[in-house]
Design a protein around this ligand. Structure first.
Ligand SMILES: [Zn+2]
Length: 80
């Protein structure tokens, strides 16, 4: 079983044989050392109602979108 993680910066993906919320690594594609979010979180972020989101939402890296959505109560964490 493999789980997919998405680079916050360039949305490149990597797979890992375990499932956690996010991993920290240096991206092979963009060279950024940062957070890769689990694909299910990225899908949650993509399904949020647009009128609840700030104007610069699309310009934010995925980890910033995640923090903001959590802060606003737009997503709930159902997994550890
Ligand atoms: Zn990247």
């Amino acid at each position: 079983m493999t789980e997919t993680y998405v680079c916050s910066n360039c949305h490149a993906t990597v797979t890992r044989p375990f499932e956690i919320r996010s991993i920290i690594r240096t991206c092979d594609e963009c060279g950024t050392n940062g957070r890769f979010l689990h694909q299910s979180l990225v899908e949650s972020l993509a399904s949020l109602p647009a009128d609840e989101l700030p104007d610069d939402w699309d310009a934010l890296p995925l980890d910033k979108r995640f923090e903001l959505a959590l802060k606003r109560g737009l997503i709930q964490l159902t997994r550890g």
